[in-house]
Design a protein around this ligand. Structure first.
Ligand SMILES: N[C@@H](CCC(=O)N[C@@H](CS)C(=O)NCC(=O)O)C(=O)O
Length: 198
């Protein structure tokens, strides 16, 4: 059985939990308290971070790499596009999310000096993407995909990180609600994540 070492409030682990619950397969989630991290995480991940997935002899880290493996191993419902060109575009966009948005997670979590500039930057990037949701339900079109999985933990944490979106971003928030209402998303939330949003 697949085992996921997962941070209870970590947005990257959150991504992997969403995929596991969307697939409805057998797995075990081991909760890791990042304030009291067990020593074995450093043994299985040289970067000493979560999430880490163990599937028999295979050990994987990096949320998007773990998620692609789960998607290939359990292809229903498929979360990466089947067509190679669309799949390449999806990977490109996953990379863009990491560079433009998720690279700021440590700053948002630390809530230190200069945080307002970081919040404004993340807000502006999200606002730029809002209008596509007037035309389509999800990031890649009308089907839920790995792109929605990748961005959802940030959308869930906007209030928690002190990021306020303007009214012009209403289509983006409607899109977020569409993700938040999925059973897989609801089941993947830890008790500490549930209370992040009112
Ligand atoms: N790029 C990695 C990022 C993982 C990451 O940054 N994990 C953080 C939690 S947000 C962590 O485990 N940090 C170790 C620590 O806080 O001790 C991924 O996508 O999985």
């Amino acid at each position: 059985m697949m085992i996921l070492y997962s941070g209870t409030i970590d947005p990257f682990s959150h991504r992997c939990r969403i995929v596991l619950y969307e697939k409805g397969m057998d797995f075990e989630v081991i909760d890791v308290d990042l304030f009291n991290k067990p020593e074995d995480i450093a043994v299985i991940n040289p970067y000493n971070q979560v999430p880490v997935m163990v599937d028999r002899d295979l050990v994987l880290y990096e949320s998007n790499i773990i998620n692609e493996y789960i998607d290939e191993r359990f292809p229903h419902p498929q979360l990466m596009p089947p067509d190679p060109i669309m799949r390449a575009r999806a990977r490109q966009l996953l990379h863009t999310f990491e560079k433009e948005l998720f690279s700021y997670i440590p700053e948002l979590e630390a809530n230190q000096k200069g945080i307002d500039k970081t919040r404004a930057h993340v807000r502006d990037i999200l606002v730029q993407r809002a209008s596509i949701f007037i035309k389509q339900k999800f990031m890649l079109g009308d089907e839920f995909s790995m792109l929605d999985v990748a961005i959802a933990p940030l959308l869930w944490r906007l209030e928690h990180y002190g990021i306020e979106l303007p009214k012009t971003a209403a289509p983006l928030m409607k899109y977020a609600e569409r993700i938040f209402s999925r059973q897989g998303f609801i089941d993947a939330l830890t008790p500490s994540e549930k209370v992040m949003r009112r």
